[in-house]
Design a protein around this ligand. Structure first.
Ligand code: CU
Length: 270
């Protein structure tokens, strides 16, 4: 009993301490780290959840009322009525109105996400079976990002979510993400930023985010893409502008695009 109580209490306490990756016993969303995700969380918590709870309570009340009021002993001669125009109009109109009330803010958020503001930097994510490749087209940087195996994890790295080469972006900058795939469908998703787009071979999808807090954010491929679908996580490190510039100057050498292409040429000419 104590254990159940502890779990019950921890669900509520854990909510305040949520970080940027999934937690045991988590019920709600991850902490939003962008404006877009805050919109989604507000929409869910302040509009959808109250409506869902109200509908559930109402239906439960109707069922209990019907069970008690029309039970065989209290109601030996049941009514033979099959139609009631007023009730039928009401149970058509009210759900329609509820849907409209939900649709309006929902479309607002969708359209806001769809308009990409002027981007400060662009990155390209390419889905492969089964890892992600990244490019910084303006910086001539290209690298692959593989999941860290369980035996190689550092103490601060979460299992199944950490990668060897993280995407690094500066804080408070509009990051445009071009998303595509090289073999099958994948999807690039980062819950804390409210971002999820399909990666389609031969097509480029776009999305954007502006991370408001420094930190490491984790996501996963979100389109079933084969046997190792669960093992191609996404890690984005949000750092200060200075740290980003520092990373860039190292990455320009470490992940320089030409060198890889030259290597390939050399291999091809051999
Ligand atoms: Cu995938």
């Amino acid at each position: 009993m104590k254990k159940i109580l502890f779990i019950f209490i921890s669900i509520f306490i854990a909510h305040a301490a949520l970080a940027d990756q999934p937690k045991d016993w988590q019920l709600g969303f991850q902490n939003p780290a962008s404006d877009g995700m805050r919109d989604i969380v507000n929409f869910h918590n302040n509009l959808l959840l109250p409506i869902i709870i109200a509908i559930s309570v109402f239906v439960l009340f109707l069922m209990l009322y019907a069970c008690v009021r029309f039970r065989a002993s209290a109601n030996p001669n049941p009514s033979k009525r099959t139609h009631n125009v007023t009730v039928e109009i009401l149970w058509t109109l009210i759900p329609c109105l509820i849907l409209i009330v939900m649709a309006v803010p929902s479309f607002k958020i969708l359209y806001k996400q769809d308009t990409i503001p002027k981007a400060d930097l662009t990155i390209k994510a390419i889905g492969y079976q089964w890892y992600w490749g990244y490019e910084y087209p303006d910086e001539n940087i290209i690298f692959d990002s593989y999941m860290v195996e369980e035996k190689d994890l550092r103490a601060d790295q979460p299992r199944l979510l950490a990668v060897d080469n993280e995407v690094v972006v500066p804080v408070n900058k509009v990051v445009k993400v071009l998303i595509t795939a090289n073999d099958v469908l994948h999807a690039w998703a980062l819950p804390s930023f409210g971002v999820k787009r399909d990666a389609v071979p031969g097509r480029i999808n776009e999305t954007w985010f502006k991370a408001e807090k420094e930190g490491t954010y984790y996501g996963q491929c979100s389109e079933l893409c084969g046997i190792k679908h669960a093992f191609m996580p996404i890690t984005v490190k949000v750092v200060s502008e200075e740290d980003y510039q520092e990373w860039l100057s190292e990455a320009r050498i470490k992940f320089a695009k030409e060198e890889i292409e030259n290597d390939k040429l050399k291999l091809a000419s051999k």
